[in-house]
Design a protein around this ligand. Sequence first.
Ligand SMILES: [Zn+2]
Ligand SMILES: [Zn+2]
Length: 454
Amino acid sequence: MINYIQNKKNGIRIIPFGGLGEIGKNMMAIEVDKEIFIIDCGIGFPGQQVTDIDFYIPDFSYLVENVERIKAILVTHGHEDHIGAIPYLIKNMGLPIYASSLTNGLIRVKLKEHGLAAETELNDIEPGVPIKIGNVEIEFFRVCHSIPDAMGISIKTPLGKIIHTGDFKIDHTPVDGKPTNFQAMSTVAGEGVLLLCSDSTYSENEGYTPSEFIIEEAFNKVIGEAKGRIIVATFASLISRMQQVIDIAARYDRKVTIAGKSMINNVKMAKKMGYLNIPDDMLIPLDEATKIKDRRIVILATGAQGEPSSALTRIANSDHKHLKIKKGDTIIVSASPIPGNEKAISKTIDNLFRQGADVFYNKNSQVHVHGHASREELKLMISLFKPKYFMPIHGEYRHLVAHARLARRMGVDKDNAFVIEDGDVLFLTNESGEVVGNIGTELVSVKGNKISSH
Ligand SMILES: [Zn+2]
Ligand SMILES: [Zn+2]
């Protein structure tokens, strides 16, 4: 249901569909001269209280009504909260997708599950190579995050560039060996930035986010000293973390196996595309893993968020087909809880300890660093792009407020930093920016094959 939008001309409209004022289902539309460009299209996870749905997707009603104007879906990176809802959006629309090759690989896995892979146009994008889509020039630039091949996006409009950072941190020693490239970003920043949309997840955190490199030490110690089996639970899309585990497992002469369907699919894809380096004889099927010595195996598993049907939760609840916890097992939960999941994870960890396992998790060991910039990095991004307008994205409301305040302190005009929420329509001209309406987004949930609006 569309509420109202003032009909203003000769400007640019920015419409967030999700991710502003909430964590998850990130999606935004940018309208330049009637052409609509979509950035990301993710899912949101329900909190602890909601048990009867699988996840939320953005409300696409506005886009359904304006489908002929949509030129492309641009995707920053392959995390669920950025790609998970793509199959639901393109089902009847047939929109072309532009992303890095790994991101496209992860999207393809999803499209296959929905029977949409054959009919969907996926375009692999290289950072630093501008492309023309519709009447607009678009350029992706590399950023560091907790998944390889993450990118920010620059959209060149007649009023100046719109920069979307995607999820990012600044990392000089990332696992994939591709540190933050300031030179490339400052090149993108040239010619003037109209609007910067920047990741607000950790805008309350002072200082810098630690590099991915520091996990290496904790993992090396835990895996090196363990005498029995090791189970590492993390996100199915955290490719760089899996690579770290694989490298350390090789160091201690352990084989690796995967528990959890989504992780098996992602590993297969990432290995094929060259994003995961693992010797063929090192990766073994789960049922074979039970036959080799405990001190020779590392099990990578889904379930770092305590998801009910995931491998780790099943193992903790003693209802996994192949794996049962025994004394001497070491478990590493390499993730920090997404808000709302804390209880589920704590319960899983309790159950694992109770059955005699030793558990390492974010509270007792440095087995996880997150992938989002803290305040000093956010400042750097603002000073690098020097935007006229600033819009904090990807965060709950207080994160957006903290980030907007930071931008004002960095010199963005008081009236030019916009804290807006899902559905708001921000209208920008060279003179000013204002919210001119709201598209009236509803809560849309998915349970199995059923999609319902609330
Ligand atoms: Zn992400
Ligand atoms: Zn995200």
